[in-house]
Design a protein around this ligand. Structure first.
Ligand code: PMP
Length: 373
């Protein structure tokens, strides 16, 4: 059997990794400014993380959600404290898309309504409902298109209010910072107005923090820069540093009804051991402050070049938009300079480095980019 060939692959085979470094099968070392797409939060193969997962695997690897799991409760308490949402509840699942599906389902249960407002250039995942609120025609099939979704422009509060006034909107879903769509930041004022409008029209405000959350932008969640408290916050990617895990934080106004949400694998022991180790490391190593500091350092020291159009982002979620297509630049960075970067659209190099990136490692990137340009 062969693989269903849906990914465009770089010709690199990583076999080993440590911190922000990855090695391929030939022993070549790479600097990882992509973090496996914003997933590696505390660095590859952190010894505490490896030890916690190994210890858990030797104790018990899996049982279902039909029995008590103290690791889930511990994660809920620890996460509530870490992010400042101690009065919220936690539902655990397996991925970003699943978290968004659960959030929209909850919004619809809660309000009895069935339309969702999403934003142009959004990305919320590849399952049916998550695709429907994603603004990317390449991944929407006729089946997904049957969901009731209306797209508004990011930062256009009047357009959102005009839709909410129609009375059938269950929720508004917005990324803390739009990632795959090209690092577009909702203004603080826009997020604050969204919160007010959702309250006024009985709609649920869902903040997708799958990519922008978990310390990446220098606060635990990107929306915290705006001082808002959404009704539901969705998580994935960095939450367990590569062990599949997702979850949603749910404000106290939602009532849990037995059976309304569920999953086989969500909240399993290994994912919980991984997620708890991630919180330990983020706290012990001050990684949220580090992300803020090193991210600002990169932005402040990028080479001046007429080829760069604009730089956007916060912390270690950075988009460098070029006046040209970036495929060749990224190829040179990867194969000549041995640096992994991400992309958003055709013209943007997107940096999603592990939160432990050092200024020395940032300097290596800055020098390499300067040479490539
Ligand atoms: N939301 C956002 C903002 C994302 O960036 C992504 C993944 N790129 C998802 C949701 C979907 O996450 P997953 O691939 O884990 O389903």
């Amino acid at each position: 059997m062969e693989l269903f060939d849906v990914y465009s692959l770089f010709d690199v085979t990583p076999v080993r990794a440590q911190g922000c470094r990855v090695w391929d099968a030939d022993g070549q070392e790479y600097l990882d400014l992509y973090g496996g797409h914003a997933v590696i939060s505390v660095g590859h193969c952190h010894p505490h993380y490896v030890e916690a997962l190994t210890r858990q695997l030797n104790a018990i690897g899996f049982y279902s959600n039909s029995v008590k799991n103290p690791l889930q409760t511990e994660l809920a308490h620890r996460l509530g404290k870490a992010c400042g949402y101690e009065d919220y509840t936690l539902f655990l699942d397996n991925s970003g898309a699943e978290s968004n599906e659960n959030a929209m389902k909850l919004a619809s249960f809660h309000t009895g309504k069935d339309r969702i407002i999403a934003f142009h250039r959004s990305f919320h995942g590849r399952t049916s409902g998550a695709v429907a609120v994603t603004d990317n025609p390449n991944i929407v099939s006729p089946f997904n298109a049957n969901h009731k979704v209306t797209f508004c422009d990011l930062n256009d509060a009047a357009a959102v209010e005009a839709e909410l006034q129609k009375g059938d909107v269950a929720g508004v879903i917005v990324e803390g910072i739009q990632g795959c769509g090209g690092i577009h930041i909702p203004t603080n004022g826009f997020l604050q107005t969204l919160q007010t409008l959702c309250g006024k029209y009985d709609a649920v405000l869902i903040l997708d923090e799958v990519q922008s959350g978990y310390g990446r932008t220098g606060k635990f969640f990107a929306h915290q820069w705006a001082g808002i408290r959404p009704d539901i916050i969705t998580m994935g990617k960095g939450i367990a540093n590569g062990f599949p895990c997702g979850g949603i934080l749910i404000s106290p106004r939602f009532e849990a009804v037995k059976g309304m949400l569920g999953t086989t694998f969500g909240g399993n022991y290994l994912a919980m051991a991984a997620a708890l180790a991630v919180l330990d490391i983020i706290e012990e190593e001050g990684l949220i402050d580090n992300a803020c500091r090193v991210g600002e350092y990169i932005k402040a020291n990028l080479p001046a070049s007429p080829r760069i159009k604009e730089v956007r982002g916060r912390g270690l979620m950075i988009g460098i938009e070029f006046n040209e297509e970036v495929a060749a630049i990224r190829k040179q960075l990867l194969f000549d300079k041995h640096i992994f970067t991400g992309v958003a659209g055709k013209n943007m190099v997107r940096l999603l480095a592990p939160l432990c990136l050092t200024t020395d490692e940032a300097d290596r990137f800055l020098a390499a980019l300067s040479e490539v340009l």
